[in-house]
Design a protein around this ligand. Structure first.
Ligand SMILES: Nc1ncnc2c1ncn2[C@@H]1O[C@H](COP(=O)(O)OP(=O)(O)OP(=O)(O)O)[C@@H](O)[C@H]1O
Ligand SMILES: [Mg+2]
Length: 262
């Protein structure tokens, strides 16, 4: 099976060493990993273990002290700051813990925003924004202002905004950190469904083992080192898919009943 997968990210012997006064902090201490196209990966570990540091390196936000990061065939550790800016614009989408929506814009405008920086005409921007808002189940909230939506709805807008530029990779640092447990499950299932349907690659950081278990593969990190990787078995994946199908069927039935009642 290994041979049929396309590597999206390859990390080799990655180090990030911060100097604090005369001390050295090994935030990343020799990380090796390969992440494949279409994978939903979780980087999981306790506070201070190096999760955000690793994510920031992979997203080209910070430079490693040593080691290689190859993304879609390109060595990003060798890029200049300007090249990194272009790399992020063309390849990377972010989902933030705090959503980072503009409060005075509605859902469509928020999702369309990254496209306006690319000089795409308004009509096409809005069409694409609407397409992704539908994908995340917000067809009824398209005109809602960001601050007139629940946390879960806002994070769905955040997911649509990350997807709208069709990035090669989506990064999410504690994307459910501000959500209650029920909404957390909904958002995680949504992310998993989208990764499958769109053959997207998503890398999520979390300190929570249960949240991490929604990913196809988990990288457990302690003191800047990957100590263990864990892959969901085919069986688990199938069972989850069956549960999800069942749930979607229920939701559809409810919707049909609602419509009939109108
Ligand atoms: N700019 C910096 N200067 C010095 N040390 C840093 C810096 N950024 C991070 N560190 C240290 O590197 C280590 C890893 O930090 P990192 O933010 O990656 O942890 P984390 O796993 O994301 O933690 P959390 O779950 O709390 O967000 C920590 O010991 C932290 O104190
Ligand atoms: Mg962090």
């Amino acid at each position: 099976m290994e041979e049929t997968r396309t590597p999206m990210i390859r990390v080799k012997n990655l180090y990030k060493i911060y100097k604090v006064g005369t001390n050295k902090v090994y935030a990343l201490n020799g990380v090796d990993a390969t992440i494949y196209k279409g994978e939903f990966c979780a980087i999981v570990g306790p506070s201070g273990s190096g999760k955000s540091t690793l994510l920031n390196m992979l997203a080209g936000l910070e430079k490693p002290t040593k080691g290689e990061i190859v993304i879609a065939g390109k060595h990003i550790e060798k890029m200049t700051e300007n090249q990194l800016v272009a790399f992020r614009r063309d390849n990377v989408g972010f989902i933030f813990q705090s959503y980072n929506l503009l409060k005075t814009l509605n859902a469509v405008e928020n999702v369309a925003l990254p496209l306006s920086f690319r000089g795409i005409p308004k009509r096409i921007r809005n069409e694409r924004a609407k397409k992704y808002l539908k994908l995340v189940g917000l067809e009824k909230q398209m005109k809602h202002m960001a601050n007139a939506m629940s946390g879960g709805q806002q994070q769905r807008v955040g997911i649509a905004r990350a997807l709208v530029v069709d990035p090669k990779i989506i990064f999410a640092d504690e994307p459910t950190g501000n959500l209650d447990s029920k909404t957390t499950m909904e958002v995680l299932k949504l992310m998993r469904r989208i990764v499958r349907e769109q053959n997207q690659t998503l890398i999520m950081v979390t300190h929570d083992n249960h949240i991490a278990s929604f990913a196809d593969r988990q990288f457990h990190i302690v003191d800047g080192e990957i100590v263990r990787t864990e892959e969901r078995t085919e069986e688990q994946a199938e069972q989850e898919q069956a549960e999800q199908d069942e749930q979607e069927q229920e939701e559809q039935n409810e919707q049909t009943q609602d419509n009939e009642g109108e």
